[in-house]
Design a binder for this molecule. Structure first.
Ligand code: SF4
Length: 147
């Protein structure tokens, strides 16, 4: 069984987590790399604490203590408006300070978000496609199903 922690953007702190949990079950988005026949357990779920993300300094400790083998930065950091400016710093920090791999993304990018971002001039050069490859590789019909 693989164990993970999820950190969401605090702007979505009231999110019920439905898309993340669904995509875990369906092995979509950033969860596509986990084998479908292997259980996946969330051992921690929290927000970044609000800009600039102070909780990222602390919350991985509890996740690690509870057995997390990877930390996912939720898709909201990638496609919220504006996207989180600190994603790369969060990833480097957690990987350096806690020795846990950080995966950028959880559920597939909802189609309605993709459509808006594609119209924004800075989106193409943002490097998000490299940072969150599996999210961008998801089929358009799956993205539509996550609207
Ligand atoms: S934009 Fe980034 S730092 Fe700000 S609340 Fe969202 S995840 Fe946290």
């Amino acid at each position: 069984m693989a164990k993970i922690g999820i950190i969401i953007c605090a702007r979505y702190k009231d999110c019920g987590g439905g898309k993340c949990l669904r995509s875990m079950r369906e092995r979509r988005g950033a969860f596509s790399s986990y084998p479908a026949d292997e259980p996946l357990e969330v051992v921690g779920y929290s927000t970044c604490g609000g800009c600039p993300g102070g909780n990222v300094e602390y919350v991985p400790a509890e996740m690690k203590k509870n057995g997390a083998e990877a930390i996912h930065l939720a898709t909201g950091l990638v496609v919220g408006y504006p996207p989180c400016p600190n994603i790369r710093r969060f990833k480097s920090y957690i990987e350096t300070a806690y020795g846990l791999p950080v995966v950028v993304g959880t559920h597939p990018i909802p189609e309605k978000y993709r459509k808006v971002h594609e119209k924004l001039p800075f989106w193409k050069d943002s490097g998000m496609a490299e940072l969150a490859g599996p999210l961008f590789a998801e089929a358009p019909e799956i993205q539509a199903a996550y609207d």
